[in-house]
Write a protein that binds this ligand. Structure first.
Ligand code: XBP
Ligand code: MG
Length: 253
């Protein structure tokens, strides 16, 4: 019977609700700094999120919404330039403490550390963004709690491709059946599932209508002892919040 060895966390939408008030605002600030009067609304950003990765998202937007924009270089170079500004603005927002961790995240990570369950990150976001979030929202030294930070362009194919999870598994020397992935989106679930991982979903406003069939369990949040989760799909037994015992039982069934 497989035994839970590690938790592999997605970042955006799973550790924290970073998209609407973090990444989206940072893209808009990058546009403004570049002299562009473009604004990604909450609604349009929800559609653009189907494209994972900020540089890829910028190129999609350029094609769909600004086809007449007079590029002076190729689209990938343009996107990389805007994206560099975006990362600067995103880090500033995060470092100002404007985005907290989602409910139960801190407790779950602490429980995993106490229980000797190994920790890793698998995300499409830029590595600098992960560092900024962990240091500002979790703990100044928390980067070192994660054995592998698999992030951004470290693999060429972003989620929903399985590459980022396969990379994390390889670096840890673990088999997928020894681990659980923690995700918030359909693209993330697809990525983890294609890497052979069982996946726990905590959904959010942008992902609540995604198709999560195949997930081990779907919850509205990890919850806390005094603030239970809501079960969207799956069976947590007697549990009312997500903890290492529930993670073990999902991994072992
Ligand atoms: C998150 C993303 C990221 C962020 C922006 O997806 O798609 O691209 O929106 O980060 P997931 P960058 O949670 O599935 O990993 O701009 O640094 O790419
Ligand atoms: Mg996510």
């Amino acid at each position: 019977m497989p035994k839970l060895q590690a938790l592999i966390f997605d970042v955006d939408g799973t550790l924290a609700d970073t998209e609407r008030d973090g990444h989206r605002i940072a893209f808009n600030r990058a546009f403004a700094e570049s002299g562009l009067d473009w604004e990604w609304t909450v609604e349009r950003y929800g559609e653009l999120l189907e494209t994972t990765g900020g540089k890829e998202r910028l190129q999609r937007y350029l094609q769909e919404d600004q086809p007449g924009y007079p590029l002076t270089t190729d689209a990938a170079t343009w996107a990389a330039t805007i994206h560099k500004l975006k990362t600067k603005h995103y880090k500033a927002l995060i470092q100002a403490g404007s985005i907290p961790l989602r409910p139960g995240v801190r407790r779950l990570i602490q429980e995993a550390r106490d229980a000797g369950v190994r920790l890793a990150i698998a995300t499409t976001t830029t590595p600098e963004n992960v560092t900024a979030l962990l240091e500002a929202a979790l703990a100044p030294d928390s980067l070192s709690w994660f054995e592998v930070i698999a992030a951004g362009d470290i693999v060429p194919a972003k989620k929903p491709a399985p590459d980022i999870y396969l990379y994390a598994l390889e670096k840890m020397g673990l088999k997928p059946e020894d681990c659980l992935a923690l995700e918030d989106s359909q693209q993330g679930l697809k990525s983890a599932a294609q890497a052979g991982l069982k996946t726990v979903i905590t959904l959010n406003d942008y992902t609540k209508n995604h198709n999560f069939s195949g997930a081990a369990i779907v919850l509205d949040q990890f919850g806390e002892p005094d603030a239970p989760f809501q079960i969207i799909a799956g069976n947590p037994g007697e549990k009312s919040y997500f903890d290492i015992a529930l993670a073990r039982s999902l991994a072992e069934t």
